[in-house]
Each structure stands twice: as C-alpha cells, then as structure tokens.
Design a protein around this ligand. Structure first.
Ligand code: AMP
Ligand code: TRP
Length: 332
C-alpha cells in the first residue's frame, strides 16, 4: 500500500515555487492515495523564529493547503509538534544517522553559511527529523521540489541502516515524487538562485497572497535577456531567466514547455510577460483570497489541525510502539 507524506515549513512568504513544486502536487495525489500533509513547525525553529509569527505562519501553511484544494476530509492536515512521535523517532534516528552523512547535506551548508560553529544543533540534525516525519507513518512516497532530493536519499539511508542494524524489515525505502514542469522555480531577480522564502528581495518571488498589482509589478521587473523566445527547448539552454519563466508558464497552464515555446516562438518578453501575468493572476487570485479568508477565521483552521493531529497520532502510535520494542525500550 502507498502512503503519501509531505511537509512545508511555516516560515512565511509561501511562494510560487512552494506551490508548483509541492502543494499543487499534494492536491493531485489525494484522490488516489492516503495523504498526510504537515506544517513542520519543529523544523521552523532550527533558526530563530518569533513565537507570534510562528503561530500565524503555521495557520498560513494550513490555509495554503486548504485554499489550494487539499480536502481535510480526505487528507490529514496537521502541525508536526502536535504529534510527539515525530520527536521520539527523530531522537532514535539521531543515533542511527552518521555525522559523515549529515556533513554532506547541502541545505545545511547553505543555511549555516560561513559561521557554522554558531548554527543550532537542530539545523544540523534537521534531516533526521525529516526522516522521522516520513517514517513514523511508514509513508512510501514523498511529493517535494527538486531541492529536497538529497534529504530523501538520507531518509532511505537511515531506513536501510535501521533495518540492517536491527535485522528487521520495518521501514520502507521512500520514493521522492518530483513532478511537473516547475520542480525548481528560480528567483525572478537571478536565474541562478532558487526562489526562496528567505531571499531579502520581495521582487525575487511571487507569494501566494500577492494580488494582481503585485504579480504584475514583479513579473514586469523580472530579469530576462534581450533575445526573443526560441522555438526549441534546447535553445533555452544558457538562458536561465527565460527558461524559468517558460517553466512557470507551462506549469500554470498545465502544458509542457515545448508546447509553450510553440505558442510563443519568436515573441519578445514584452508580449510573453503580460500573458504570463494574466495566467498567474487567474490561477493565484482565488488561492490568495481564499487564504486571506481562512486566515481571518483561525478557529476553523485550528479545528482542521486538531482533527488532523488526532488522526495522525492514531496512525503513528502503533508504529512508534513497534520501533521502541525493536530498539529494546520497555513498552507496556
Ligand atoms: P520549504 O519552503 O523549504 O518548506 O519547502 C516546501 C516545499 O516546497 C518543498 O517540497 C520544497 O522542495 C518546495 N520548494 C521550495 N522552494 C522551491 C522552488 N524554488 N521550486 C520548487 N519547489 C520548491
Ligand atoms: N525539509 C523540507 C523543506 O524544507 C520540509 C520537510 C520537513 C519535509 N519534513 C518533511 C518535506 C517530510 C517532506 C517530507 O522543504
């Protein structure tokens, strides 16, 4: 049986990359699979986070899921910290994963920057908690953007080492689900950097809450090159900004990049950008306004999270119990 798990960090500024790389795919999977979607608040405190902001950002992630079409009756939507089994399994995984494995994690290197000595231990152990998030449900498939591939390989390594060390086939080897035409959306200001929540420039990203004016302004200012759009996909090589905008258009239009190039071959960005703006406004407008409506009604969002946490706990309970027994802890 397949079970889907994924999570988004409640760190604010949810953007086009989060939507196209992850959240939109969550919605597409929920009709065919049992899905568990989480606001990973324990991951959010691996760097300093103001408590008031965190509370609001957890609700924002839940609102983004719901506004994008995640159905809380079909799928489980909850906050990570509400299910203690994540933290319990993460500790066990801290004792399974090797320092050498974590030293290779590029996200840690990027986030810790030059001053590694001053990074929190939580930031370093972050991938072990992520592995626990997934494996505490024995989830088999994880929809994410391209940037999470390395963390999922580590999750497989942890599962495999645990199974080997304890001589039991307990954890599945998870498969990443990285699909769509925009699995790595780049910054609108710099085609060599991925679009991120933490980029200091607001113009680098379109957020889910941006209205038509903001979307239009950001796309007008988006960096491009002077050439018209080519006919063939391979001719986008070496043109990262152009490739990024074409990828975004394709993903929003639910078409392939080749189809988009056929439509716009020879067009200048002065033609392409307004078309992209119109499409983005059409797709994001309703999501942003539904998110705002939900954020104004925290009691509804909180009730979804509470119900989700109860259902998640019920799935995790027998699994964490089994793990504790296997490890040799006394269980009743
Ligand atoms: P995060 O913002 O790091 O919590 O990421 C939440 C989800 O969005 C993960 O599945 C990421 O892989 C995905 N994601 C984040 N940034 C991008 C991006 N620029 N392009 C595509 N997917 C992304
Ligand atoms: N590390 C992921 C990110 O930054 C978020 C995350 C935490 C996650 N736990 C997860 C994603 C489990 C998928 C499955 O995007």
């Amino acid at each position: 049986m397949s079970r889907i798990f994924s999570g988004v960090q409640p760190t604010g500024n949810l953007h086009l990359g989060n939507y196209l790389g992850a959240i939109r795919n969550f919605v597409r999977l929920q009709d065919d699979y049992e899905c568990i979607y989480c606001a990973v608040d324990m991951h959010a405190i691996t760097v300093w986070k103001d408590p008031k902001e965190l509370r609001s950002n957890i609700r924002e992630v839940a609102a983004a899921y719901l506004a994008s079409g995640v159905d809380p009756k079909k799928s489980i939507v909850f906050a990570q910290s509400a299910v203690a089994a994540h933290a319990e399994l993460a500790w066990i995984f801290n004792c399974v994963a090797r320092l050498g494995w974590l030293n290779r994690m590029t996200q840690f290197k990027e986030k810790a920057g030059k001053n590694r000595e001053n990074a929190s231990v939580g930031l370093y152990a972050y991938p072990n908690l992520m592995a626990a998030d997934i494996l505490v449900y024995k989830a088999t498939h994880v929809p994410v953007g391209e940037d999470q591939k390395q963390h999922l390989e580590l999750t497989r390594d942890i599962a495999q080492k645990f199974n080997n060390d304890y001589e039991i086939e307990l954890f599945p080897l998870v498969e990443p689900l990285i699909f769509g035409e925009a699995t790595r959306v780049m910054s609108l200001r710099d085609g060599s950097k991925k679009m991120s929540k933490s980029d200091p420039s607001d113009y680098s990203r379109i957020t889910l809450m941006d209205g038509p004016d903001e979307i239009s302004k950001k796309l007008r200012k988006a960096r491009t090159d002077p050439e018209p759009l080519p006919e063939k996909l391979e001719d986008l090589e070496g043109r990262p900004e152009a490739a990024n905008l074409v990828g975004i258009y394709a993903a929003l239009a639910d078409k392939t990049r080749s189809e988009i190039l056929q439509e716009f071959a020879g067009s200048q960005f002065s033609t392409f950008k307004p078309a992209l703006t119109e499409l983005a406004v059409e797709k994001f407008g309703p999501i942003g306004s539904e998110m705002k409506r939900l954020m104004d009604d925290p009691s509804y969002v909180d009730s979804v999270l509470k119900d989700g946490a109860e259902r998640a706990r019920a799935i995790a309970a027998p699994i964490i119990r089994e793990v504790k027994e296997v490890v040799g802890f006394l269980t009743d």
